[in-house]
Design a protein around this ligand. Structure first.
Ligand code: PLP
Length: 369
């Protein structure tokens, strides 16, 4: 059986280094807000070429705190892709603000920049593009719109560590960028973790305060914050991951190249990458006529797959009857995003995957009728 992913195979690539780093942190006697986090924050900021990285306990918290740092709340609107993982939208609704969805393009499957401007109202307070699947969004168009409307940009970089638009790393052009280090991500911890990056000193300071109960000085709580700190063991593990990030991205890009060359089936639409973007293939999404039939067929050939994401946020049960829930109308308003949700299937791809397994998957996909 070819698994959809194997965290253990990813772990085994750098097992000794991970274990040495984790033991170092465990034996230090310092577990929260210590030297391992300081080092990782400094190194990740340097990798991106930004001034600040603030380690947090998840990508979801990164979105919540980035939006809170911009003072966005009830009555405010934030533009977000209609096709994304729900966490992008939770960052907005957890602050009491309203998501305004923009449909996806039918080629990149990312937010359609041509539809952003018409979604802007006098209540719009930010644009939140998501570099979904590992491909960079059109940041030229997005930054141009944001500048013309004087809006901050919050990049959701949960899936795109190391990808570029026009040679510029994602997570460096927006006002704030939000990364997840969930274990499957291009840069993954061995538990939950995330961060916010920014070049803005004031916003960095605010996120740092918000992650620590809303306090800069112990017991002086100036804002309603959270406890959202990236712990020392995960920071140590992430420093190992960061030193291999480009190498792991290269591995997945090579595996993706093999899929792109080897899959030749008119019933399977392969991922398209904008020539100005790089794609680090956190996922390898294909579009098929019949999601279930395709997944069942591959499973019968010993290949496990997943769907990202079968229920778009605008149809999520938790948003029914709220401004964030669009129901049947949403299926028409965001027809590309809805089509993707009901026709996308992700093939196995992960840095510990071997090429022989990729060949098996290609063979099975080409046999699908
Ligand atoms: C696009 C996107 N945004 C945000 C998140 C949230 O990250 P986390 O799982 O670390 O909270 C994820 C993670 O799954 C994601 O895929």
């Amino acid at each position: 059986m070819i698994e959809y992913t194997s965290l253990l195979q990813n772990y085994n690539l750098f097992k000794e280094e991970y274990e040495e780093a984790a033991l170092r942190a465990l034996r230090s006697g310092w577990y929260i807000l210590g030297p391992e986090l300081e080092k990782f924050e400094k190194d990740f900021a340097a990798y991106l070429g930004v001034k600040h990285c603030i380690g947090l306990n998840s990508g979801t918290d990164a979105l919540i705190l980035a939006i809170r740092a911009l003072n966005i709340g009830p009555g405010d609107e934030v533009i977000v892709p209609a096709g994304t993982y729900i966490a992008s939208v939770l960052g907005i609704t957890e602050n009491g603000a309203t998501p305004v969805y923009v449909d996806a393009t039918d080629d990149t499957l990312l937010i359609d920049p041509a539809k952003i401007e018409e979604a802007i109202t006098d209540k719009t307070k930010a644009i939140l593009p998501v570099h979904l699947y590992g491909q960079a969004c059109d940041m030229t168009a997005i930054m141009d719109i944001a500048k013309r409307h004087n809006l901050p940009v919050i990049e959701d970089c949960a899936q795109c560590h190391g990808s570029k638009w026009n040679g510029v790393l994602t997570g460096t052009e927006g006002t704030l960028s939000c990364f997840s280090f969930y274990p499957t991500k291009p840069l993954g911890a061995l538990g939950d973790a995330g961060c916010v990056c920014t070049n803005d000193d004031e916003l960095a300071d605010k996120v740092r305060m918000l992650r620590n109960y809303g306090s800069r000085i112990k017991y002086h709580n100036e804002s309603i914050g959270r406890n959202s700190r990236l712990d020392e063991v995960q920071a140590a593990v992430l420093s190992v991951g960061l030193s291999h990030l480009d190498e792991c991205n290269e591995i997945r890009m090579k595996l993706a190249e093999k899929y792109l060359k080897g899959i030749n089936n008119p019933k399977v639409k392969l991922p398209y990458t904008n020539p100005n973007a790089t794609h680090v293939y956190h996922l390898f999404p294909v579009i098929v006529d019949d999601q279930k039939a395709f997944q069942d067929f591959l499973l019968s050939k010993g290949v496990k797959t997943q769907v990202h994401y079968p229920i778009p946020p605008f149809l999520a049960e938790c948003y029914e009857g709220t401004d964030a829930g669009k129901g049947e109308e949403g299926k028409k308003l965001y027809s590309n995003a809805y089509y993707i949700a009901t026709h996308e299937v992700s093939l196995p791809i992960y840095s510990g995957m071997n090429e022989a397994d990729v060949d098996e998957v290609i063979k099975a996909v080409n046999e699908y009728k």
